[in-house]
Each structure stands twice: as C-alpha cells, then as structure tokens.
Design a protein around this ligand. Structure first.
Ligand code: DC
Length: 227
C-alpha cells in the first residue's frame, strides 16, 4: 500500500465522533487526528494573544507559528499547542465558540489543510481523521468515509454531560441553543461547510450504543483491507 488507510469520520458536534474515533484507533492501532482540536488550538492561541477572530493578517501571523501535536494515552488523546498540553483548555465554551468563528476563515482552513494531511500520511498503518470536511475536502479520496449524526437534543445532552464532567455545568437548554448556533455556522459557511460526502456511509447514532457504531465502522475497514 503506498499510503496509510484513511478513515474519514465527519459529522456535527455531539454525534459521537470523538468517542468512536478514540475506540477505533486503539482497536485498530491507527493514528487519530482530531481535526476539531487543531481548530480549537488556533482559537485558543488567538484568544490568548488578543487576536480578533476576524483579523485575517493577525490570524495569518499566528498560523505561521502555531504548532499542534497529539499524544495518544490509553485514556485520552492529549493535544499540545506549542509544546503545552492544552487538552482541557481547548474544551471550554469560550474556545468552542471561538473555534467555530476561526474555522469559517478561509485563511485558517487553507493553512491547516497541509497539517491535517501530513499528520495522517505520517501514520504507519492507518489514520482516522474526525472533523467536518474530511471526506469532502481534506481527503476526498479517503478509503472509508462515514458521516455520523444524531438527534440535536441527544447531542446536546451528551455535550451537557461532557461539560459536567469537566466542572463546567451549563443548563441543557443553553447547551442546545449554543449547539444550534454552531451547527448553523458550521453548515452555512462559504468554505468547506459541514456536509456529508456523496459517497459517505451515513450512521445515525441517536439510538445506537457506541460499540455498535464502532462495530459498523470496523466492518467497513475490514472489507477494505481484504480487497
Ligand atoms: O469537533 P469540534 O467541536 O472539536 O470542532 C471545533 C470547531 O472546529 C467546530 O466549530 C467545527 C470546526 N471544525 C471544522 O470546521 N472543520 C473540521 N474538520 C473540524 C472542526
């Protein structure tokens, strides 16, 4: 094989992409590239540096220096921004909102394209990329494309529980309102909006346990490896 097997997992926030991708990467021994975390790192760096989220020259200068790396532990995929472990700092509501804004900037999307591809192509066996535009833009020729979605109220409930675990409790209707706003921004932006690739396998995780979703994607990977 001339390049690692590429598995693209796209979908809105809270559909289960992160949990599914983490379990899959551990089971298959594949590299995990959490592309949302990369956008979150850029947002965190902008917020910390006082760069306005629509300041194109300011963002460009920041992108010229940003360094994002990952280290997979048994329990967690650690994210490093310029060498600092920011795994928790990038999950706040403030950074979520900022990430949605910076990710709409074409300058940010094009600067991060090469990084996402490099991280995946450096994988030994295979790479799982989770995001919004992996199957449509980053790897339109991915070996496996999955679009994972779920009912908005279920997604908001999952996000509420995640925030709760990180001591950032917020009323669930507020979580739902923020999520609707982000979904709208992500789906309606001019560049690389959130949408399923025509050839993606669509999985509705509303009623499915994690193990079932993982099993379905594993079956897709096995089928590819045999061919
Ligand atoms: O998946 P996430 O919630 O960590 O993503 C953070 C933000 O980055 C979200 O607003 C969507 C955006 N994003 C994107 O535009 N393209 C990707 N490939 C991944 C995330």
């Amino acid at each position: 094989m001339s390049r690692p097997l590429i598995v693209a997992i796209d979908g809105p926030a809270g559909a289960g992409k992160s949990s599914v991708s983490k379990v899959l990467s551990l089971r298959l021994g594949f590299t995990l590239v959490d592309t949302g975390a990369i956008y979150r790192c850029v947002a965190l760096k902008a917020v910390r540096g006082g760069v306005a989220l629509d300041d194109v020259p300011g963002l460009q200068a920041l992108l010229d220096q940003v360094k994002v790396t990952f280290r997979m532990d048994v329990d967690k995929n650690h994210v490093f921004l310029d060498g600092e472990d920011v795994s928790d700092d990038i999950r706040t509501s403030e950074v979520s909102a900022a990430a949605s804004k910076v990710s709409a900037q074409p300058v940010v999307r094009s600067a991060l394209l090469g990084l996402q591809r490099r991280l995946a192509l450096a994988a030994e066996k295979g790479a799982i990329l989770e995001g919004r535009d992996i199957g449509t833009v980053v790897f339109p020729d991915a070996d496996i494309k999955v679009f994972l979605f779920a009912d908005p109220s279920i997604r908001a409930r999952r996000r509420y529980e995640e925030l709760f675990q990180h001591q950032q409790e917020k009323p669930v209707d507020q979580v739902l309102a923020d999520q609707n706003k982000r979904d709208k921004e992500d789906s309606e932006r001019a560049v690389a909006p959130l949408k399923a690739a025509d050839d993606a396998v669509k999985i509705d995780s509303t009623e499915l346990p994690l193990s079932e979703v993982v099993g379905r994607i594993e079956a897709l990977v096995s089928a590819k490896r045999v061919i």
